[in-house]
Design a protein around this ligand. Structure first.
Ligand code: NDP
Length: 252
């Protein structure tokens, strides 16, 4: 099936490693121009860009700390400057701070909300403003978590709250943006083998595997393919949905 993302410009936040990298590589494979956002991992971001370019694709690395509101807007502007427009925005960057509810500090709470939720609002708003002005259709895809529905089980209440916020924001944006031809959806992840959860998996693998009916943790490549479908023309009739890509960890 032709997914029709060839020559479209896609921004992936937090694409220097992990799930974001998997999504960026999947998009590039289908011929999209990809903006690879990073904050701290400059070297590994360059490697992602080089891999795409080596395979004949186009990619641009953009440093932006999404905890900073100006950087959220800067990212969208940088993509437009390079590629002329932005068709797809994938809000993937996230942090998973661990602390139990009685010990979570206000700083930890605010940092989690800034990176995981406020940045999704700000990048989406900048994307939407441009696309409405240019009368262009678009796709926004937000990465959330099974914890948005289930709550945290291992000391991440602030994270679960931020990801539940992403789900509600996705639905509200989808409703408002449908008339402009902008689809807004989310993909909820369960466990994906990345740096974010490597310690948790090392210490407690059985606990997680036992909660996954499919019997294995996902790879970034698994998620890349699912996201690819969600931002393609094949999913034009889906908006306001959260697709659960959890190997059955979340069934609702
Ligand atoms: P990783 O920790 O492996 O990677 C996180 C990515 O986010 C990095 O590219 C990092 O960039 C970027 N990032 C973090 N903070 C910022 C910031 N302030 N500004 C810009 N970029 C930032 O995480 P995953 O790949 O595992 O997670 C990706 C998404 O999937 C997250 O939203 C996460 O919540 C969600 N998720 C993951 C699950 C899992 O099991 N892995 C489960 C459920 C949801 P850099 O290194 O350059 O700073």
């Amino acid at each position: 099936m032709d997914l029709k993302v060839k020559n479209k410009c896609a921004i992936v936040t937090g694409a220097s490693r992990g799930v974001g990298k998997g999504i960026a590589l999947a998009l590039a494979k289908e011929g999209a121009y990809v903006v690879i956002n990073y904050n701290k991992s400059e070297e590994s971001c360059k490697e992602v860009v080089n891999e795409i370019v080596k395979n004949g694709g186009r990619a641009l690395a953009v440093k932006a700390d999404l905890a900073n509101p100006q950087d959220c807007v800067k990212l969208i502007n940088a993509a437009e400057k390079e590629f002329g427009c932005v068709d797809i925005l994938i809000n993937n960057a996230g942090i998973w701070l661990k602390n139990w509810i009685q010990d979570i500090t206000l700083d930890e709470w605010k940092k989690t909300m800034d990176v995981n939720l406020t940045s999704v609002f700000l990048t989406s708003q900048a994307f939407i403003k441009k696309n409405i002005l240019q009368k262009r259709n678009g796709k926004i895809l937000n990465i959330t978590s099974q914890a948005a529905f289930h709550g945290a089980t291992t000391g991440h209440a602030h994270y679960a709250a931020s990801k539940a916020g992403v789900v509600a924001l996705t639905v509200s944006m989808a409703r408002e943006m449908a008339r402009y031809g902008i689809n807004v959806n989310a993909v909820a992840l369960g466990m994906v083998k990345t740096d974010m959860v490597s310690k948790a998996l090392e210490n407690n693998e059985d606990y997680y595997i036992n909660r996954i009916p499919i019997g294995r943790v996902a790879t970034p490549d698994d998620i890349g393919k699912i996201v690819m479908f969600m931002v393609s023309e094949a999913a034009d009739y889906i908006t306001g949905a959260t697709i659960d890509a959890t190997g059955g960890m979340l069934m609702r």
